[in-house]
Design a protein around this ligand. Structure first.
Ligand SMILES: Nc1nc2c(c(=O)[nH]1)N[C@H]1C(S)=C(S)[C@@H](COP(=O)(O)OP(=O)(O)OC[C@H]3O[C@@H](n4cnc5c(N)ncnc54)[C@H](O)[C@@H]3O)O[C@H]1N2
Ligand code: MOO
Length: 409
């Protein structure tokens, strides 16, 4: 538990390791049409059903020739035409050639294609220079993919290019993992849905909207439970429904305030595996179990909620969906300004990364970095990931940068 660490806070990497250790992919698959498969996770290995291309075909518009005829400058007789979808049928004798278009099947006898820019044509007579190599400008059957080869392993997330590839192979449906069911709730008496008038002491609910927008980009079935008031009985009621889900994400009520009941009731109805991490923002993040569900208790401050969802809940949810994902890549950039930082927590400051005129990668924070300042996140295109034990940073120093992925941009 967190107490073994010098400051009572578990390093983020340790928290992620525990999460990934505990979360297993959901069971259950479904067959979906290709048009609905983007972003879904492959459940059964997909093998290539055909050769790609299926037959030798021309890579250029020009003339199909027999390379043996073309050892020296030569004039050939054009005896026919091959178009993509309309093959040439018939024999081709020595001294003959055919007109051929890109994608057209190479007929028997032809072993090279000469670009039309490199010939002169007079009626049926086609004159070309020497130097035709057997196989030139011919795309061979199976040179891209061979029938039977493995295309996608289980755990692969289907991207737009994959959809194109699968369609090009005639595959119309894919067996994918079922979408995990996620309950999303917000907690706090002060919260009011946007569109309603605000009374004194109230603020607009924003976390559920932001989190739902982010989670929509993952293959999840998210049910929004709305705003749960700061009353133990309301929280218990919501928890008893949510415990049937695969995962629960809440924001708010995980700190030590008098009305912070979430953690307390999670402990009562389920269990807490860890609470409090050495990250900023997001220190009071809690992870545990509630019935069937993995429970991600995000802090209420809006930036903390998004950062902890992105850094902790999302890798775990990806694993729950069955996705085999790699940790995100970070890059190094030069900070344009001095940054204040106290050692002790890994800090996810929000910033803008861009190239300088001389090609260097520079990064500048988006101003005030309080965990309630959503504009710091909204104006950013990256996180500056400032190591746990690092202190103040001078302008011109190198910092680690994590560019926003498709969940944040
Ligand atoms: N004595 C201590 N106080 C606090 C600590 C601490 O260690 N000791 N930690 C602070 C940190 S760090 C954070 S982060 C917050 C997290 O607290 P909670 O998770 O209990 O969140 P709340 O108190 O419910 O709310 C915090 C803040 O966020 C606003 N909020 C909450 N939900 C929403 C929502 N859905 N949409 C928009 N804004 C929301 C809420 O009004 C509060 O202003 O605790 C610190 N305190
Ligand atoms: O972690 Mo809190 O998120 O520092 O405000």
């Amino acid at each position: 538990m967190a107490d073994c660490y010098s400051n009572g806070l578990m390093p983020l990497a340790e928290g992620i390791r525990i999460l990934l250790d505990k979360v297993m992919a959901v069971s259950g698959n479904e067959l979906v049409p290709l048009a609905k498969a983007t972003g879904r996770i492959v459940a059964q290995a997909i093998d290539c059903p055909i050769n790609v291309p299926p037959a030798n075909n021309s890579a250029m518009d020009g003339y199909g020739v027999r390379s043996n005829d073309c050892n020296a400058a030569v004039t050939l007789t054009c005896v026919g035409e091959a178009l993509a979808g309309q093959p040439y049928v018939g024999a081709i004798e020595a001294g003959q050639c055919i007109r051929i278009m890109t994608g057209a099947i190479i007929p028997d006898g032809i072993d090279a294609v000469v670009m039309q820019e490199n010939v002169t044509r007079d009626q049926q007579q086609v004159t070309l220079n020497a130097g035709v190599k057997s196989g030139q400008n011919i795309r061979l059957a199976g040179e891209d993919l061979t029938s039977g080869q493995l295309l996608f392993e289980p755990g692969h997330r289907i991207k737009p290019a994959d959809i194109g590839l699968l369609a090009s192979l005639g595959i119309a449906t894919v067996t994918v993992k079922r979408k995990p069911k996620v309950a999303l709730l917000s907690n706090g008496d002060e919260l009011v849905e946007p569109g309603q008038p605000l009374a004194s002491g109230q603020i607009y609910e924003s976390n559920r909207y932001a989190l739902a927008a982010m989670l929509k980009r993952l293959p999840l079935d998210v049910d929004e439970f709305g705003i749960i008031p700061d009353q133990p009985q309301s929280i218990r009621q919501a928890f008893s429904t949510a415990s049937e889900y695969d995962a629960v994400i809440s924001s708010g009520g995980v700190s030590v305030g008098d009305a912070d009941y979430i953690k307390q009731i999670l402990e009562e109805m389920g269990q807490i595996d860890f609470w409090k991490l050495a990250i900023k923002p997001g220190k009071p993040f809690a992870y545990g179990r509630l019935g069937n569900a993995h429970y991600f208790g995000l802090p209420g401050n809006p930036v903390s909620a998004m950062v902890t969802c992105h850094q902790l809940a999302v890798p775990a949810l990806r694993q729950l969906t069955g996705e085999h994902s790699e940790p995100p890549l970070t890059i190094t950039a030069t900070t344009t300004e001095a940054i204040r930082k106290r050692p002790g927590r890994l800090d996810f400051q929000r910033g803008v990364a861009q190239r300088s005129e001389d090609g260097r990668l520079l990064v500048t924070t988006t101003g005030r970095q309080g965990s309630g300042i959503m504009s710091s996140l909204s104006n950013a295109n990256c996180f500056l990931v400032l190591e746990q034990e690092r202190g103040n940073i001078e302008a011109g120093e190198q910092v680690e940068v994590l560019l926003f992925d498709q969940l944040l941009s």
